[in-house]
Design a protein around this ligand. Sequence first.
Ligand code: NAD
Ligand code: DAU
Length: 327
Amino acid sequence: MRLLVCGGAGFIGSTFVRQRAERGDEVVVLDKLTYAGRRENLENVEHVFVHGAIEDQESVARAIDGCEAVVNFAAETHVDRSIAEPDAFVRTHALGTFVLLEAARERGLRYLQVSTDEVYGSIEEGSFTEESPLEPSSPYSATKTGADLLVQSYALTYGMAAVICRGSNNYGPRQYPEKLIPLMVLNALHGDPLPVYGDGLQVRNWIHVSDFCAAISHVLAHGKPGEVYNAGGPDECANIDVVRRIVELTGADESLIEHVTDRPGHDRRYSLSSDKVRALGWEPGVRFAQGLADTVAWYRDSRDWWEPIRSGAYREYYERQYGRPLA
Ligand code: NAD
Ligand code: DAU
């Protein structure tokens, strides 16, 4: 199969490209290479690379010809950045998704939109199903919701073979260190404070990135056009417990943990029911305890990957966001 993977130089996209290339698929990656997209993420992975934005029709046309399906990971993905500067979120999620959908529709291609549990908002107890109402809280999740609705409208209006796969919090190798787990691992390894938002009792449903990518392949192959499929991880964990486990795994001092000002509009708990994608034959394979230990080991051993990030523009971001420099 020849696949167009948009956002394939990011954390989850590059894992998906690696899985598909190993299966023998031909993969074309279209990526704008924002701060989060890196060619290094695709080192030693067979693919064709097109540098461009999904909202740019010419780049999309250059990348899409000859492909049988489009998988769209391309997005601005950090909630805190969406609160500080929402512009790029609106452009990429609304306009970018529209341009891709049009290109796929004109060519009669299958289309998969990678989405998030954050479109449902927060849930105190139980789990969201695909029928739950959409109640996004942040500019990130609101613009992702808009993109999902546009995808569904293309399936309904034009009969396009478009599907949506909504994932819970991913973790694993090559995640940009603005996100909770890699941020805490790298700070712990450097003796920097570990900034926990508010009381730290917010709960996330952790899925290993390899499991989420396998779910996406299942939905691409077997999902019904116009349908949504949730893919949640097997374990949930409060943020403070994640950070405590990272402290143990890195051998850092627990006194590094600092409770800092909470994120505005912070969702308390995410939880997904994945029965529908399980019925397609998917099962998550990685439990959080083992996956987290492996992820910490990967960061410990992958200085070449994170050093250029931690010594570059990320430092400025960190100081703006946390009001203090990194060590
Ligand atoms: P990431 O930030 O690591 O990667 C995003 C990639 O998209 C980067 O390579 C970036 O350069 C590229 N990109 C951004 N804007 C673009 C544009 N306009 N045109 C082309 N490329 C562009 O993100 P990630 O964590 O790998 O997330 C990938 C997808 O999965 C996103 O759609 C996100 O909403 C979704 N998702 C993420 C998680 C998670 O926990 N990280 C969970 C569920 C769903
Ligand atoms: O749920 C899926 C979503 O997971 C994806 O759609 C998003 O793209 C991805 O960024 C992620 O969103 P979160 O906001 O849940 O992830 P983040 O890693 O930013 O934060 C996880 C939790 O940890 C959240 O409750 C906020 C908290 N946190 C985060 C950071 C960066 C802290 O307490 N301190 C921090 O410094």
